[in-house]
Structure formats: structure tokens, C-alpha cells
Design a protein around this ligand. Sequence first.
Ligand SMILES: [Zn+2]
Ligand SMILES: [Zn+2]
Length: 261
Amino acid sequence: MLRFASLASGSRGNCLVAEVASVSGGTRVLLDCGLKLRDTERRLARLGLEPSAIDAILVTHEHGDHAGGVFEFAAAHGTLVCLTHGTHAALAAEGRLIEGVKLRFIHGEEAAAIGGIEARPFTVPHDAREPVQFVLSDGAARLGLLTDIGTSTPHVEEALSGLDALVLECNYDRDLLWNGAYPKWLKERIAGPFGHLDNRVSGRLLGALERSKLKHVIGAHLSQQNNRPQLARAALAAAMGCGESWIGIADQEEGFSWREI
Ligand SMILES: [Zn+2]
Ligand SMILES: [Zn+2]
């Protein structure tokens, strides 16, 4: 059984946990860790997890809301960090590595086995050095994660087809962004081809996927200034042809609680 939960989702920090249970104790990974150490520990406790139970942290890219707490957590708890060479180089250039942390490099789109979890990376267009997103699997169920992507591509849609669960970026509503208070350069960055997905494009992406097995769809990385949960929910529900209450939303403070596949 694969289950997953979120500790936080949004521009002030992202962290998702996935777990595959087994008789020998199972495997747990964090996907990104953009929270301060104590905050991560407190939120793990909320989900009934000790920090020592985390086997690895998979890092999607170097932006602070994803990588800001990775090395601090790994150094404190002896956790393995899995990342691309590009992400590693970017974090090194910013002086954010901590010596002694165990590393494993992600090469291209090669799947990495971490205990009972297979993590399959795929490349995405985003303004980072070598960003990836992941499909996690226990060999049967597949959970896809997609945030921090400026444009959908056929490659991304292929990687996310036939999933059992999907956590999908719904960063902004176009009207709220363009009529909002952000400076023009930032609006252009967010809405650009290497920025973030708006509700409408996320809905279109979801509509393009093979969705017959999807049991969970959760909107994530919502901007607190430029989006509203009900707008994201409506866009994803329209693409799924389901009731809005069936769509989950990941919250900045609360994340979301355990979901099982
Ligand atoms: Zn982000
Ligand atoms: Zn980013």
C-alpha cells in the first residue's frame, strides 16, 4: 500500500511525504523540504512520523520553497538526499550544502529505488538549473507530483498518464495575477514558459491525461495572493467531470492528511 500526505504546499514552503508499508518496516521519503527544521519535525509529528523514519529526501529543484530545509534536515537526521547534478551545483553556488550529508545523484530519467519506493524523475520546463518532478510507485500504485512547471509538454503528459493519484500545481488565476499587486516583471516570470501553471492550464493538462485509474486529484502550490482554493477546485473538477468536493487542495499551513492508494 502506498500512502501520502503533505506537510506544506505553496510559495512559503513545500514538503510531501510518501510511504510504502511492509512487514520489515516500510519506506518513507520526503519530496522536497522547504521548511525550517523544527517546522518540518513538528509537521511530521502531526502525521505520526518521527524524523528518523524518513529514508530519503527527493529534491525537485533548488528554489528555497523546495530545497530550503533539505540539508538542515538531512544533517540533523542522517537522511539520504537525492538530487540532480544541476540542483546540486546550484545549491553549492549558493553555499547551501552541508558537508557529510549522504548524496545520491539522479541521472536523466533513470528510476531510483529507495527501499520499497521507486522514484521515476522526469524533466520539466522551469527556471531552475536542472529541475525534475517525480512519479513514485510501490510497484503497483503510482503517485505523480507536478508543481513548478511553466508549460505542459507531451513528455510531461506521457509521464503522468495512467496514474492512481496526482498532486498538480494550480499556482494562480490569470485575472487575479494580472489585476493584482505584483510588479510587472514578477507577473511575467510567473506566467512565462518557465514559471508556474495557472488553473486553466492545469485543468487542460489534467484533461489531456489518461485518467481512468485516478483515485486522488489534489491541487497544490496555490498562490495565496493570486489564487483561491475554490477556483483551483472548480478548474480541476471540470477537467475530471466530477463534483468539486472530490478534488483535494493542499494548504500552505495544513498541507493535507494521509491519503491511501
Ligand atoms: Zn515552488
Ligand atoms: Zn520553483
